[in-house]
Design a protein around this ligand. Sequence first.
Ligand SMILES: [Zn+2]
Length: 696
Amino acid sequence: MQSRWSGADAAECVERYREAGEDLALRVYSSRLIGQEPDLVLHGGGNTSVKSKTRDLFGEEMTVLHVKGSGWNLDTIEPPGLPALRLLELQRLRGLDELDDERMVRELRRSLLDPGAPNPSVETLLHAFLCHKFVDHSHADAILALTNQPDGEKRIHELFGDRVAWAPYVMPGFPLAKQVAEIVEASPAADAIVLEKHGLVTFADEAQQSYERHVEIVETAERMIAAEIEGRRLLDARPVVSMREAGEIAPLVRGALAVPTQDPDRPYQRWILEHRDSTEIAHFAAADAAPMLAESPPITPDHVIRTKGPYLYLKEPAYSDLDTLAAQLAVGVEAYRQAYRAYFERNVEARGIERTMLDPTPRVVVLPGLGLFAAGATRKEARIAADIAEHNIKTKLWASMIGHYAGLPESDLFDMEYWSLEQAKLGRRTPDLLEGQVALITGGAGAIGEGIAKAVLAAGGAVMLTDIDPERLSAVADRLSSDRCETVEADVSDARELQAAFRQTALSFGGVDLVVANAGVAVAGRLEELEVEEFQRAVDVNLGGTFLTVGEALRQLRIQGTGGNIIVLSSKNVFAPGESFGAYSASKAGAHQLGRVAALEGAAFGVRVNMINADAVFGSKENPSGLWKEVGAGRAAARGLPEQELEAFYRNRNLLKVRITAEHVGNAVVFFASQATPTTGAALPIDGGLPGAFPR
Ligand SMILES: [Zn+2]
């Protein structure tokens, strides 16, 4: 690790945040430098502070502590992310013998200059009780590899001498803050302190000095580790090669992790999965020590809220037989949940306290030959858990190669996991309607595909768009601009490409819950004139494509085992065909019939299949309907209208006199996916009311 400090950048930051003052501007600058190193801090981890002077409303000068506020990440922090607290009030607290957490949080909030500021870090008092102007605290991997050892203190002392003090493990909060201040005051040679099995704190009177000390200490530890493990095979393991791809196995993992609920409309709590397979993970998963290390506690206590303590490690997965593998996963998850319940009860009982147990499902699953899958209620949470797991695995691997990994005892972990202040970090919120659901939408580049994607994303779902047109596909993805949306090129009339698209969806999100067979082509022409090739083209895409999409969807949803929804975009033409539109109407009628058969076949494993019969969706200016581009001129001519009047003609034709939009179709898809009604095999017209096309 190298110092990223640049005098020019620091000066530029001071200039940019002139109003905040030089101290705070430099604090912002070097906090960001720390935040840019994932080997130092991850996702809201770590915290920094500066002691400075400011004036109150009456012009009176006072000393304040700016400390990281909750909800901010160091890499993107701004001055408001480091709220100011009255330092003297905080320092007075040190005289107390005890200060419980709730009281501490109230005192911190009371000391804020701006009552609207975010909650100051739970480690605020640690910063306040140290006398140095700048304080930097991280959970550096290399330091954690050294302190998570039975002889961690000795190792730190041998490597750094008196320069780095040592604090035995104490839970963050008031007692840790007091302990650290006492140790630092009693160690005049120290310009840093390692917190056992927790992290590193450096301090200095200059921002650059405190930051560069931090980097230098971590760099020394990294070099020492690198020298010891150089040329050795990681954990003496030879990575296993799996005969399966991660995208093929992910739905089984996702199915096993899903939590059955008592709610018939929302029968499962589903997770989004994030897959990782770095070299380190491959070696880790194949090592003899893997089961023990996977179950060992995290490298720093605050990771427990994202990944729980142990990971689920599956020994010898039966990749040759997916049914056996699914059974192995189910047994593994159930055993994990039981062990978690026992851990919870044991610790609650030992303390004589009452707590509500958190969901006992594992958040990280390690599979030899495939890597790891991290689970989160949202994609963001899954990614955070995966990043944390990756750094934990790398650090445990280092620790085991230079000694023996020894994490926190279970009781300390429990205190952290059930600490109200940590739980507050996760925030309580009502889940979005389709949170945790993954949709695959064919014909995703088209007007209706985009409208459906928009609606599913707005309802909190994740989306994979497939299409044959990569340029239009990426234009749609750009417009949707969501980190829950991805695209993959695939032709629905090609079974192999379609299977690859499903596999890519599972690799990106863990599986699929909602499949929308939307791809279609418009072929116009009177039957007596229509070329057989043209007729065949409509059949291949509209009927054959639906057959392949629905068939693969049923296979995937059966493997995953948590039900799901399939929507077939049929057409108003199914009920009311149009002249010169035989190939289209007939192929769509076939697709519609396939959907009804799929409803019969999928019900046994909880899959609902419904049809949407839309009419005259012209699309938007950015994404005009491909269908109308192809047949609009002909339809207008057939009706003796100029083409630009066609849309108005269709609007006036329906009972409600409304323009039908792609978003209307999207709303219908969300309705079916929400399972608000027990409906399958049904057709929902979205046409403003056309008596001739009423379903019957
Ligand atoms: Zn910390």
